[in-house]
Design a protein around this ligand. Structure first.
Ligand code: FAD
Length: 689
């Protein structure tokens, strides 16, 4: 085709424009290699709203609370800090998802404003999914500045930091600890201490509450803020729409987003957009009456999603009908459960956590975590809306007295509706719906280690999930896990069992507008680093008691398939454990099949803890077979642990150190170092929860 003069002029203008665009970006005043971090260069080209300094300016805010959140707790703490900062100290606050902003202009963060970082540490000292880019940037991209230079790049930045971690993991609160170091080194000034909450000790909420008071005092002093009497101000304007009914096809009845509402679900499927997947098959794998473990096969064909062995699948739950009813009744919403409502942020930076217009029923059933542990601070907030003086007094006491709260609420494991009803049993109708949306978490998808091999069944994902059911001694009630009981109901329905509503929980199994009919479940896949060695002839050692065996079923399935195909497969050793061979021996018959394919390449050690006078766990069998374990490690075996993070994973780590010390004749300190370096080089991998 001919190119005329006008075309050439247009092309030249475009070229100059692009060069100008892509070269104008200098990060923190230092010219950068444009190829150094393609992810950030990509995001730098995104629209202006990713610029936090500009956003603060535009919206008149002087305080931003960034969060790195995986399960919603850090996000919840961020919005609580935002509300409190505004209500008590008149700060003009906003919360910000770390993944929604770029950080190359953090050096221009105004010194009369403040940034909070509420950072959860995930897995083995990793950032949460939404903090990955920020973490890469802050670790790799800050320019090295000369010690001699007077101004460090972040010398204007004042920040507050709180971390959410779990002391049973080796890299306890690594995110906040490292972030604090990096920011300080770059010249930023921290206000208050860098707080640390410990989920492992079960003290997260109390750690947070204890940290924030002195932090507020320090911040008020630094910024010259005056404390005022906090008055509740709603974040959302909740409007009841008389012109709309549940019949209108613009009303969300639990659909996660617009495509789902319009009945045309579209990929890519991810943490913001689930795939409504058919359940191909579901069955019980325990052989005991009072406990359940489910094997569920989820069909992902046609979704465009893929997985590799060792990945995770997230299941998006629905709250149980019984709990939805209890909640609506407790807050006086029962009679108008199907009233259509719309929610709008009163402040433009406030994000409505679910799509609207919707109904009270749908919001509570599909989007709000109504069964989780209650926050003491939230109880204090609710006191203002108590139905009478006595209830107000009691709620205030619960909100301010940690021991009393523990005794009455936490130790009984009450959910919010149970807790509020325990204070006063008549409806608390004065609580604004906005207050409930603000104070409770978004309903979170739960993750499961995929228990199938992608080589064997690329389009079908297996889940092995133990159904959570905990009887509270003395409390007279049973705490039922949200997702696993939902899966149990789906399994019962699929198998035509007489009463598909375990324990009267009555799930809306067919989903919004019956879109989940025919046994579907909303899911997405999360890729993990928990992987088989790429060379199948390498030996592997797997430690997976209980449902910790889930990914190892996938690993063994894969190696059996490779062996059938004539590949040279290395020694494959599994340490499994459960209570009794007659009750909870997962996949008992299947192992025989894999054995046929793998022959003496597969060795399984089973620890049945309750079949003899003393308890026997996987750790004992690992120790007894120390020589084999050490020999395989010396033949470059990978070592995998999956399951309970609190005790098992830690003890296995210790036992491995002891084995290495004994078998290699080195002292225990040195052996610990060997184990540490196995972890850092990826030889020792954990998938624990
Ligand atoms: P939830 O409703 O989340 O409750 C969980 C627990 O919280 C309850 O048992 C109880 O102890 C406590 N709790 C609930 N409500 C209250 C309350 N009001 N007050 C106090 N305490 C309360 N699980 C598996 O079975 N198989 C797997 O393969 C598997 N893989 C995983 C992989 C990863 C990476 C992660 C992070 C987790 C994995 N899990 C796995 C755990 C799984 O994600 C869920 O946590 C588990 O199934 C429970 O979910 P649930 O919704 O049924 O229970």
């Amino acid at each position: 085709a001919q190119v005329d003069t006008l075309d050439i002029i247009v092309l030249v203008v475009l070229l100059i424009g692009s060069i100008a665009y892509f070269t104008k970006g200098t990060y923190w005043g230092v010219p950068k290699d444009p190829y150094a971090n393609s992810a950030l260069n990509g995001s730098a080209a995104k629209k202006g709203s990713r610029n936090i300094v500009e956003k603060l300016e535009e919206t008149g805010k002087n305080c931003v609370i960034f969060y790195g959140s995986q399960t919603g707790t850090a996000e919840d703490y961020a919005s609580r800090l935002a509300k409190e900062g505004h209500a008590r100290f008149g700060l003009s606050t906003m919360t910000a998802d770390l993944e929604d902003y770029d950080f190359e202009n953090l050096d221009t963060f105004p010194d009369d404003k403040i940034a909070f970082f509420v950072m959860a540490t995930y897995g083995e000292g990793e950032p949460t999914d939404n903090a990955v880019e920020f973490w890469e940037f802050i670790n790799n991209d800050p320019p090295s500045f000369s010690e001699a230079s007077e101004e460090k790049p972040l010398s204007k930045l004042k920040y507050v930091a709180f971390g959410l971690g779990n002391n049973t993991y080796e890299h306890y609160n690594l995110m906040v600890r490292n972030l604090d170091k990096i920011l300080t080194n770059l010249g930023a000034e921290r206000i208050g201490t860098a707080g640390e909450g410990d989920d492992g000790a079960g003290t997260m909420e109390e750690d947070f509450l204890a940290w924030k008071e002195p932090m507020w005092t320090a911040l008020a002093e630094k910024m010259g803020l005056e404390e005022r009497e906090a008055v509740y101000e709603p974040v959302f304007n909740v409007e009841e729409k008389e012109d709309l009914t549940v019949e209108d096809d613009t009303v969300y009845l639990g659909e996660p987003n617009k495509n789902h509402l319009e009945g045309t679900q579209k990929g890519p499927y991810n943490a913001h957009n689930p795939f409504i997947a058919p359940i191909a098959e579901s069955r019980e794998v325990f052989t005991v009456k009072d406990r359940n473990c489910l094997h569920v096969e989820i069909d992902i064909s046609g979704s465009g999603m893929s997985y590799t062995t060792g990945d995770h699948i997230a299941v998006w739950p629905t709250n149980a009908g019984m709990e939805v009813d209890r909640f609506l009744k407790t807050f006086g919403l029962e009679s108008k459960r199907h009233t259509v409502i719309s929610l709008k942020g009163i402040d433009p930076t406030a994000k409505v956590p679910f799509p609207t217009p919707t109904t009270y029923d749908a919001a509570v059933r599909y989007h709000i975590e109504i069964c989780a542990p209650v926050s003491r601070q939230f109880m204090a907030t609710l006191a203002a809306f108590a139905p009478n003086e006595a209830a107000k007094k009691e709620a205030t006491r619960l909100g301010s007295d940690a021991d009393y709260f523990k005794d009455k609420i936490s130790s009984q494991m009450l959910n919010i509706a149970q807790a509020v009803s325990a204070v006063y049993s008549e409806p608390w109708s004065a609580v604004p719906f906005s207050c409930l949306v603000e104070g409770l978490n978004k309903l979170q998808p739960r993750y499961y280690s995929i228990s199938s091999s992608s080589l064997v069944q690329p389009q079908k994902i297996s889940v092995t999930a133990v159904v959570e059911s905990l009887r509270i001694p003395g409390a007279g009630h049973v705490v039922k896990g949200v997702t696993t009981n939902y899966l149990l109901a789906l399994k019962q329905k699929q198998n035509g069992e007489p009463n598909p509503s375990p324990h009267g929980l009555t799930y809306s199994i067919t989903g919004p507008r019956n879109k989940y009919d025919g046994i579907h479940v909303p899911v997405h896949v999360r890729h993990s680093n928990f992987k088989l060695p790429s060379n199948p002839s390498k030996p592997i050692i797997m430690v997976g008691p209980g449902t910790g065996v889930a990914p190892f079923r996938g690993f063994v399935q894969e190696r059996a398939e490779l062996a059938k195909k004539g590949e040279d497969v290395g020694h494959t050793v599994l340490f499994f454990g459960c209570r009794k061979s007659s009750e909870d021996w997962l996949y008992r018959d299947e192992w025989e099949e894999y054995k046929k394919a793998l022959g003496d390449k597969l060795t399984i050690f089973n620890a049945f803890s309750r079949e003899q006078a003393h308890k026997v766990y996987v750790q004992h069998h690992i120790k007894e077979n120390g020589k084999l374990v050490n020999d395989l490690l010396q033949q470059k075996a990978n070592f995998y642990v999956c399951g309970d993070a609190a005790r098992m994973a830690r003890e296995v780590n210790e036992v491995l150190g002891q084995i290495i010390a004994k078998e290699r004749g080195i002292d225990e300190k040195k052996a610990e170092q060997v184990v540490k370096s196995m972890r850092s080089s990826g030889v020792y991998q954990e998938d624990v929860w």
